[in-house]
Design a protein around this ligand. Structure first.
Ligand SMILES: *[C@@H]1O[C@H](CO)[C@@H](O)[C@H](O)[C@H]1NC(C)=O
Ligand SMILES: *[C@@H]1O[C@H](CO)[C@@H](O)[C@H](O)[C@H]1NC(C)=O
Ligand SMILES: *[C@@H]1O[C@H](CO)[C@@H](O)[C@H](O)[C@H]1NC(C)=O
Ligand SMILES: *[C@@H]1O[C@H](CO)[C@@H](O)[C@H](O)[C@H]1NC(C)=O
Ligand SMILES: *[C@@H]1O[C@H](CO)[C@@H](O)[C@H](O)[C@H]1NC(C)=O
Ligand SMILES: *[C@@H]1O[C@H](CO)[C@@H](O)[C@H](O)[C@H]1NC(C)=O
Length: 576
């Protein structure tokens, strides 16, 4: 089902003029959006929700490659609660020639892959080692720290992985072996032996392999899985990695990012670690999120659909941002690994439609707290893969990721829905357009049908105007045009499923599936006229959210402000 309709676009000048008038009207109506004393009819009734978007400032920005996912080391005999969900998708045995893998990576472009996980800290790189030592696989052995004996990454495999990543334009973040030959005295870990990592990085450079980021360690912070390294020692270890990167990449126009600590958040640990490592050592601070509990839990869906439960993570996002601002202003943050439910997720939950409520909400939250990337555990593997472990077919969240990267641009605007927490919403400047526009993500966690209207707030700018400040941006706009043309159309992308545990997701009512040749479908919107008599001010429409399970993105195609006003796009980082 597709409605092909020509987008009627008013000229840029008219739109800006229209919005200018809008902001003046808003200024007159103080903070109550639905006051009718502005001359616009804007009733607020119980079944209409007003979404308010603060268009006066960019709240946060993400990398262009915000969407990120992981590949892990887990071998086929990694099992949790009696089920073995990893199959043949370890970094060591994943079928790199599967055409669906390549197509998926290309579809996700611009995309970042994080290579790591629990076993990374004991992996040995087969370069510069004792020549008589052979490159051994990972072997299950309960006597070892994580239940497996250390394995080895052959350089042939490393080259093969990177051949695929280079071909698909995938950015690579590689997690180094932070426990390699690390001495332990009593309970206390000594310094990292960086020799194997150094040789590995050198090999990588000599092969011309581009790595975007070198990460150190996996979940070794306070609340570490299996073990913990003190923040003071960890700070010394990342300084060592900094020296290695700086010396080996000397003279390169682009130096890879140093990313750490890739562990669970603990304010004290993170603060000491960043303070001790000091300015310019860590480029990106990463943390992991498994906020739903173990995969075996039976209340995962209740948590995913519980808005106050989802909000519990806000505190961590806020705390990380504060620590960066106060202790490490030179660093940015990523969510380094997030699978929701630990120990491999839960079949028919974390690989089903319902999980998009968690995933899209997490993406929205992470972006609004200025995280530059969000690495989903996993691209493939466990029960939380974007792709099915055996068939490589996309799970519902793969389509959510694709829609996100296609629609949600890198600039984030503050959004709120007053008094209706079950409707969760995020707003970004549109992706991939130079003419401005907004994309809203709306998620209904409630059991009720609601109407939604969208309003754009521009108070700070409007106040500037009313105080007669001549240097306001508005002064640059020619006042000639008096024709106020509201946006005439919008595009809607409704995601739904017949039931929450469905592994098929529908876009605007049609199931999403690969074409017969294994290509991704085109993900077309439906185009709607903005004909609502109410809410004339902005993005003039009223949208009926049906009583269906329905995360939804839509774009208001002709909103030209404020997203034109600044360029904050960032793609990787350039170093001098
Ligand atoms: C404005 O709002 C008041 C109270 O909310 C209402 O009584 C009145 O009819 C409204 N006027 C218009 C023109 O809609
Ligand atoms: C931060 O580091 C400085 C110098 O390295 C040290 O004097 C100070 O006590 C540290 N502060 C915290 C909160 O760890
Ligand atoms: C929703 O989550 C909150 C916060 O974790 C919890 O207190 C509350 O009991 C949950 N509600 C339901 C219905 O489970
Ligand atoms: C992967 O796909 C196959 C075939 O459709 C299905 O039987 C299996 O349950 C799927 N596996 C997972 C973990 O979803
Ligand atoms: C929504 O409906 C389902 C099924 O009818 C019910 O189990 C659930 O409690 C309802 N949730 C709310 C928040 O009313
Ligand atoms: C969205 O609304 C409908 C209304 O009943 C409901 O069936 C659906 O479950 C809601 N979404 C969620 C996640 O509860």
């Amino acid at each position: 089902m597709r409605m092909v309709e020509k987008h009627k676009k008013a000229s840029m000048k008219e739109l800006v003029q229209w919005l200018l008038t809008t902001s003046m009207l808003l200024s007159a109506s103080a903070s109550r959006m639905c006051s009718n004393n502005t001359g616009t009819s804007c009733e607020k009734s119980d079944d209409v929700l007003l979404v308010e978007v603060d268009g006066s400032a960019i709240l946060a920005t993400t990398d262009e490659a915000f969407i990120c996912a992981t590949l892990d080391w887990w071998p086929p005999d990694k099992c949790d609660y009696g089920s073995c969900a990893w199959g043949q998708v370890s970094l060591l045995n994943l079928d790199l020639s599967n055409p669906l893998l390549e197509k998926s990576l290309k579809a996700l472009y611009p995309f970042r892959i994080r290579l790591g996980g629990t076993l990374q800290d004991h992996i040995v790189y087969d370069v510069g080692l004792n020549p008589t030592q052979s490159c051994l696989p990972i072997v299950k052995d309960e006597a070892y720290m994580f239940g497996f004996r250390e394995g080895c990454l052959s350089m042939g495999r490393w080259i093969a992985l990177n051949t695929l990543f280079a071909k698909t334009g995938t950015l690579v973040a590689f997690g180094l072996n932070a426990l390699f030959r690390r001495p332990k005295i009593g309970d206390v870990w000594g310094p990292w032996d960086s020799s194997n990592a150094r040789d590995f990085i050198e090999f990588t450079i000599n092969q011309g392999i581009q790595v975007e980021a070198w990460e150190l360690g996996n979940e070794l912070t306070a609340y570490g899985v299996g073990t913990t390294i003190s923040p003071e020692q960890y700070a010394q270890d990342v300084k060592e990695l900094r020296l290695i990167i700086d010396s080996l990449y000397e003279g390169f126009p682009r130096r890879p990012l140093l990313v750490a600590p890739d562990g669970f958040f603990n304010p004290q640990w993170f603060t000491v670690f960043l303070n001790d490592s000091g300015p310019g050592i860590v480029d990106v601070v990463t943390r992991h999120i498994y906020n739903l509990g173990p995969g075996v839990s039976t209340d995962l869906v209740d948590k995913i659909l519980n808005t106050s439960y989802l909000d519990n993570e806000l505190g961590h996002f806020r705390a990380v941002r504060e620590i960066l601002q106060t202790t490490a202003p030179w660093a940015s943050s990523w969510v380094g690994e997030a699978g929701g439910a630990y120990n491999s997720g839960h079949h028919l939950v974390t690989d089903a439609f319902v999980f998009s409520f968690w995933y899209l909400d997490q993406l929205g939250m992470a972006a609004s707290f200025d995280n530059k990337a969000y690495c989903r555990q996993s691209l493939i593997g466990g029960n939380y893969g974007l792709l099915n472990t055996t068939t490589f077919q996309p799970n519902p969240d793969m389509y959510s990721a694709l829609l996100w990267k296609r629609l949600m641009g890198s600039r984030v605007l503050a959004t709120a829905i007053d008094g209706y927490p079950q409707m969760r919403t995020y707003t970004h400047c549109q992706q991939g357009t130079t003419t401005g526009g907004l994309t809203l993500l709306l998620m209904n966690l409630s059991n009720s049908t609601v109407n939604v209207a969208v309003n754009l707030l521009s108070h700070p700018k409007a106040e500037t105007m009313s105080h007669g400040v001549k240097k306001s941006k508005y002064q640059l706009i020619p006042k000639k045009s008096k024709v106020l043309k509201p946006p005439t159309t919008r595009s809607e992308y409704h995601l739904s499923a017949p039931y929450l545990h469905s592994q098929t997701v529908m876009l605007n009512g049609s199931p999403l599936e690969l074409t017969q040749s294994g290509d991704y479908p085109s993900l077309d919107p439906i185009t709607k006229e903005n004909t609502s008599p109410h809410y004339k001010q902005v993005c003039r429409f009223s949208l009926r959210i049906l009583r269906t399970v329905s995360p939804l993105t839509l774009r208001c195609t002709t909103m030209d402000y404020p997203c034109d006003q600044a360029e904050f796009l960032e793609f990787g980082r350039t170093f001098s």
